[in-house]
Design a protein around this ligand. Structure first.
Ligand code: FES
Length: 157
């Protein structure tokens, strides 16, 4: 099946079976930020943005991506929001391990862009399903709270 998509800002044609998980198709196309983790839609290691919303790409058949915008971490790294998140993570002592990064980073992005002011409880609700392999939840929450501070300061300046 031919699958026209906008992938990281470029119109491309993906070629695969309709029910192949988007995760597998992205990795075949050398977008290795998406990882094979639980493959049950829980751990967050395969997260991508589909029309701006975070989704577990392991649970999305590629046929559902027809004519939609897919953004992977490779592209999100070029944004100012990513820099805010990295500053916050760095202040909290969070290092990126390369495996569970998409879950942590795209969860942080959702919180940054939410109109609600986050607190530890609301962030817990957003991240408790993740299985970060290198960061405990308290530290992740600290990093996200710092990231929110950096983000608010930047957009208010
Ligand atoms: Fe997709 Fe875990 S591999 S959510």
């Amino acid at each position: 099946m031919n699958i026209p998509v906008v992938l990281n800002g470029n119109k491309v044609m993906l070629l695969d079976d309709a029910d192949t998980p988007l995760l597998s198709v992205l990795r075949k196309n050398k977008l290795y930020s998406t990882k094979h983790g639980c493959e049950k839609g829980m751990c967050g290691s395969c997260t991508v943005l589909l029309d701006g919303k975070p989704v577990p790409s392991c649970k999305v058949p590629v046929s559902l991506a027809v004519n939609r915008n897919i953004q992977t971490l490779e592209s999100f790294r070029k944004t100012e929001e990513y820099q805010d998140i990295m500053k916050g993570f760095s202040k909290a002592g969070i290092k990126l391990c390369g495996f569970c990064d998409t879950g942590k980073i795209f969860a942080a992005r959702s919180i940054l862009l939410s109109p609600e002011k986050p607190n530890r409880n609301t962030i817990h609700e957003e991240v408790s399903h993740l299985s970060p392999c290198c960061t405990d939840e308290d530290t992740l929450i600290n990093g996200i709270l710092y990231a929110v501070e950096y983000h608010m300061k930047r957009v208010e300046d």
